[in-house]
Design a protein around this ligand. Structure first.
Ligand code: ADP
Ligand code: MG
Length: 264
């Protein structure tokens, strides 16, 4: 390579938008020389640096677009503490074939058993594997749709919620919804039907969705679509939070408060 070409190399890499490669060019060329790489090997090393950087940026961006409320991972999930779950089933779900197929995943169980933890962890796996994800609570979702409808922007909102490949709806059923909300939820589920994948966490079993939605007919129509291609994780047992507190002695197992003045 002529001296002129070598000196304009960073500029050319910039124009090609290979900025990670441009910024680390000297280090990478030194490494290629030190390892005595031939030309294709050296080119491979340079491209790998750019690819790795882009992949990292894509994941960062995907995580930020997904709006997870906090970080939870599958590695951080204590399966030993949760005997009602089959670790193999969860690991299979982490491969995200259900997301690729546009299936629904229902995660149900009482409060504190790790439903949201698994929802975030599986959502992060989906982002890592290149799927677009959006996390929202059922309440925030319905409030947003109601507001959009009042402002005459419902279509626009439904289109936005139809976009992500995986929509995670957390805490469905904690609070009963207004009858009108059921119709909005139905509109959303219909819009996403056989396009996007949904993950819904709930403390209610599907037989109680009619009560949550205040409308048995609409609940049946929603479930008909959601359950058409679906997987269910049912978690049983005690709240993990309370169990941790019990273990640390903050709560007694049959937690009656100690009488005032009692010595420990
Ligand atoms: P839920 O959504 O079912 O009410 P969460 O997922 O919010 O429960 O769990 C409550 C807290 O306990 C979270 O901080 C979560 O990370 C933690 N947790 C629950 N189950 C487990 C588990 N099996 N291993 C590790 N942490 C857990
Ligand atoms: Mg939760």
């Amino acid at each position: 390579m002529s001296g002129a070409a070598a000196s304009s190399l960073p500029e050319m890499l910039g124009r090609l938008k290979l900025t990670a490669l441009r910024d680390r060019l000297d280090v990478l060329l030194d490494e290629a020389a030190r390892r005595e790489l031939n030309l294709p090997e050296a080119l491979g090393l340079l491209c790998a640096a750019e690819v790795a950087h882009r992949e990292e940026r894509r994941i960062q961006m995907g995580m930020s677009i997904a709006k997870f409320p906090y970080v939870r991972t599958l590695e951080g999930f204590d399966f030993a503490a949760q005997s009602s779950l089959d670790p193999k089933q969860v690991r299979d779900l982490a491969a995200c074939r259900w997301v690729a197929n546009g299936d629904t995943l229902l995660v149900q169980g009482p409060p504190g058993v790790g439903k949201s933890h698994l929802a975030v962890a599986l959502g992060r796996e989906a982002v890592q594997q290149g799927y677009s994800v959006l996390f929202t609570s059922a309440m925030a979702l319905i409030t947003d749709l109601m507001k959009a409808q009042a402002e005459g922007r419902l279509e626009e909102k439904l289109t936005r919620y139809a976009k992500p490949k995986l929509l995670i709806i957390d805490e469905f059923g904690y609070l009963p919804l207004e009858p009108h909300a059921a119709h909005l939820f139905f509109a959303l589920v219909s819009r996403r039907y056989e396009r996007g994948s949904n993950l819904v966490t709930s403390n209610r079993s599907v037989s109680e969705w009619g009560i949550v939605l205040n409308d048995q007919v609409v609940a049946t129509a929603i479930l008909d679509r959601l359950l058409h291609h679906s997987h269910v994780l049912t978690i049983r047992g005690d709240s993990y939070r309370l169990r941790e507190k019990r273990r640390s002695g903050l709560l007694k197992s049959n937690a009656a408060p100690a009488p005032a003045g009692a010595s420990a």
